[in-house]
Design a protein around this ligand. Structure first.
Ligand code: GAR
Length: 217
């Protein structure tokens, strides 16, 4: 069974969705959960699921390079096929990204390439877009720009705030992320790169994930 190490920084709701999917389907096995924050609530979720956990407090390191080297050492202990960033709020060094290129994925709360970086829901509101969403993508050295694995779409509603939008997007993230990971683990989707382009090839197991506003449709 394909194996996964999951990196978190906080709440861990995506982690929980990934745990639940692994339990229900056996499409991948979670080997460990690693947090850069000792108090991340997601660590408790991992422990409750009986998963090995590790904490690597980034504030104890002098440089990004030193932290990323220690992080790689921890990850490699678990010898996993995939490294999954589930709300891991650290910019990674090019050396780290290169080490896991093609097996390192992230979930980002916007329809990339729109709105990379932070405060994505406010960025979407400020831009006046009609649709917003989340993206699972491969991690490459350029922040939030790697090949797109799958996306989920929500409608921006009159009166939406960054909070209401975040809540609706998060609900879809919990469906999107496990199924994108499963599509990669099964080989239905695969990283494809030549000298000029990097894309994800293959077919999604399920249709594009679009929030349905009217339950009857
Ligand atoms: C999620 O919305 C995820 O998309 C986002 O952080 C949140 C983590 O929530 N990730 C990023 O912004 C990455 N740049 P969670 O801890 O409850 O899964």
């Amino acid at each position: 069974m394909p194996s996964v190490v999951i990196l978190i920084s906080g709440r861990g709701s995506n982690l929980q969705a990934l745990i639940d999917h692994a339990t229900q389907t056996s499409e991948y096995q979670i080997r460990a959960v690693i947090s850069n924050r000792p108090k991340a609530a997601g660590l408790d979720l991992a422990r409750a699921a009986g998963l090995p956990t590790a904490v690597l407090d980034h504030t104890a390191f002098d440089s990004r390079e030193a932290f990323d080297a220690a992080l790689a050492e921890q990850i490699d202990r678990f010898d996993s096929d995939w490294v999954v960033l589930a709300g891991f709020m650290r910019v990674l060094t090019p050396g780290f990204v290169q080490r896991y290129l093609g097996r390192l994925i992230n979930i980002h709360p916007s329809l990339l390439p729109a709105f990379p970086g932070l405060k994505t829901h406010q960025q979407a509101l400020d831009a006046g877009v009609r649709v917003h969403g989340a993206t699972v993508h491969f991690v490459t050295p350029e922040l939030d720009h790697g090949p797109i694995v799958d996306q989920a779409v929500v409608q921006v509603l009159p009166g939406d705030t960054a909070e209401t939008l975040a809540a609706r997007v998060l609900k879809l993230e919990h469906v999107l992320f496990p199924r994108a990971l499963a599509d990669l683990c099964s080989g239905r989707l695969r990283w494809s790169a030549d000298q000029t382009t990097q894309t994800v090839q293959g077919a999604l197991a399920a249709p594009l994930l679009i929030e349905m506003m009217n339950k009857g449709h």
